[in-house]
Design a protein around this ligand. Structure first.
Ligand SMILES: C[S@@+](CC[C@H](N)C(=O)[O-])C[C@H]1O[C@@H](n2cnc3c(N)ncnc32)[C@H](O)[C@@H]1O
Length: 235
């Protein structure tokens, strides 16, 4: 899809900037509101990390940062390289959330943090968008404390032979048409469908996590395998 990592990063940054104002609305619309329960399950995977701080990588408009803070009551750093996504999300934080959630504009492949500082880390719908996923995973491992938990939520491809063709029709026809009409940027939603099709299988992502030093790696498909929740621990 992209010749160079830089080309993908520039495209991704520009597309999220372009759809930032409609991102949350489209998420709810296109997932029929199920995205909330996916993020709740992701935050639940970090239970026990209450001492904080928690890193929410590829935080976008901060939906998961909010769920994390409201569940764990810890300090949350929401990092994203798209300023417009963070700015749009920050506007909607309550005054209490503003005190606990810090948005930082930065690159997930070169995190601006010292080693071993976070009790937990999450990435929701972000690893698929990284220019270099290995760099991102290695950075997550570096900034987690020993014993720190990682939870990754990402789209996957349903395997049920009856459901899969309907989902692919939705992905390639309904999603770009609706996303394009509401956001005004159809290319962003064509990219979404293509990047889901091209993304690695769950077992391959688990192998990558192990190669980069994570232990206790596991995954759980949710909603017929439309998304998968990965969990791991930095030993
Ligand atoms: C699909 S959004 C996910 C937002 C949010 N986590 C959620 O649950 O809806 C993916 C986000 O990843 C960000 N992103 C992609 N590559 C990144 C990178 N290298 N560093 C930081 N953020 C990145 C994009 O800017 C975008 O906001």
């Amino acid at each position: 899809m992209f010749k160079h990592q830089k080309e993908k990063k520039d495209f991704v940054q520009q597309k999220f900037s372009s759809v930032s104002a409609k991102y949350d609305l489209l998420n709810s619309l296109l997932s029929l509101g199920i995205d909330r329960s996916w993020r709740n399950s992701t935050a639940k995977a970090l239970d026990g990390c209450d001492s904080g701080p928690i890193l929410d990588l590829c935080a976008g408009t901060l939906p998961l940062s909010r769920v994390l803070h409201n569940r764990l009551k810890s300090r949350v750093i929401g990092l994203d390289f798209c300023y417009d996504m963070l700015a749009y999300g920050q506007k909607r934080l309550t005054s209490e959330e503003r005190k606990a959630i810090t948005p930082i504009c930065g690159d997930g492949e070169a995190l601006p943090f010292k080693n071993s500082v976070f009790a937990g880390a999450t990435v929701a719908f972000g690893v698929r968008n990284l220019g270099n996923i290995e760099k991102g995973i290695s950075e997550l491992h570096r900034v987690l404390k020993p014993g720190g938990k990682l939870a990754i939520l990402e789209f996957s491809r349903p395997q049920n032979p009856i459901f899969a063709p309907f989902y692919r029709f939705y992905l390639h026809k309904i999603l770009p048409a609706t996303g394009g009409a509401v956001s005004g940027d159809k290319a962003a939603y064509i990219y979404l469908a293509e990047s889901i099709e091209a993304f690695m299988a769950p077992e391959a992502l688990c192998d990558l996590l192990r190669v980069h030093g994570f232990q206790g790696v596991g995954y759980r498909p949710m909603t017929m395998g439309i998304v998968t929740l990965y969990t791991a621990v930095r030993p």
